[in-house]
Design a protein. Structure first.
Lengths: 193, 193
DNA sequence: CACTGCATGTAACCTGTTACATGATTTC
DNA sequence: GAAATCATGTAACAGGTTACATGCAGTG
């Protein structure tokens, strides 16, 4: 139940369900997306378990808010989760299945376009993370190597995203090229096989 | 509903639920794992939709089997799915959340060990795929560049897995080194912060 | 007064996991 | 005759998604 632990980690700094949703949509989304309905539901469950505590708070604008934070028991639970070692689990990537079955399209140009679209997608994700890193470097002179505490680990997740998206974008560009090379030359039939 | 389409693609070659489970555990597992119970349940739904057809078949050993194959309507559905372009969707990787919250362990040596464990995990996955590729090369002299038809696309999924696992394993090795360098030297207090 | 942003929640549904249940045939 | 392998299915539950419902406060 990783959502539980992402919330436990996030709530070391107190936040409302609404604020959590925003953090999910910006940072956590990259490795554990969650919908608002699921966040509120899970918060309730974690509170009955005694892992987070909620309290009523006033709001600068808008209705009253309910602010949660991780309890001592919640923190102990989070530490156990971290101490058990990496939870790697399975990948679930529909696009890889699509690549595997691309042959069923029986259309080498469409396959090449498919790989080109994959390249745009991952190049865009890479550019997004590169922008985040560039901003960080200009905002904080200690950025890559002087980072301490929680920032050091946050930066690690950034370099992982960078490495992964870079590898996939390069793969897509390379394979798009190989697919291009297989295309029938002009003047011959457009279909393969 | 990607499981539907993975089954549609797999059943271009007729197979029983049991055989499909084996293919999931060897090949499809790398991008779309599925349990036996889910496979049988989905097969029933796809059959009512008219996308696959099942027929009774004799079995060399063991009880009677039910062999399914993709129908013309199922193939049309599969092609529509491929033609709509890559479905990239979200990543859900608990270990990245763990890295982000590693600071809560407040133990730099444990964090270094965590990264070392990640490195072993991904190095092992990489080695597994490298072995698959090596076997393919020795079995088929056309292997990397002369591959045609469905094999060309199957090889693409292999090079993707190779690129991705290589990138992650290299990241883990590099960051393990950086974490090592931050360790307090012998004789000083063992805890960071 | 309409719209936007803040804020919290519920209901129905779909997908995926775990556990259980059954039975045939072959090999030791 | 016990164990392994072939083979198919169901039930209960957990986790995640989509859609809906409600209401406050400030801005134009």
């Amino acid at each position: 139940m990783s959502l539980d632990h992402v919330l436990l980690g996030a709530l070391r700094e107190p936040a409302s369900g609404y604020e959590l949703k925003q953090r999910f949509d910006t940072v956590f989304r990259h490795f554990w997306p969650a919908e608002q309905s699921q966040i509120y539901r899970t918060l309730q469950r974690l509170e009955s378990a005694g892992w987070v505590a909620g309290r009523q708070a006033a709001s600068a604008r808008g209705p009253r808010r309910r602010v949660y934070s991780t309890t001592a028991r919640g923190l102990a639970q989070l530490r156990r989760w971290l101490a058990q070692g990496p939870i790697v689990g399975d990948d679930r990537h529909a696009f890889v299945a699509q690549v595997l079955f691309l042959h069923e399209l029986d259309d080498a140009a469409a396959a090449r376009d498919f790989l080109a679209a994959l390249h745009s997608e991952f190049a865009a994700r890479l550019a997004e993370l590169e922008a985040v890193e560039a901003r960080w470097r200009t905002d904080d002179p200690r950025c890559p190597d002087g980072l301490a505490g929680a920032d050091f680990y946050a930066h690690l997740t950034l370099t992982l995203g960078l490495a992964k998206y870079r590898a996939i974008a390069e793969w897509a560009a390379r394979e798009r090229g190989r697919a291009e090379a297989r295309l029938p030359t002009r003047g011959t039939r457009a279909r393969t096989r």
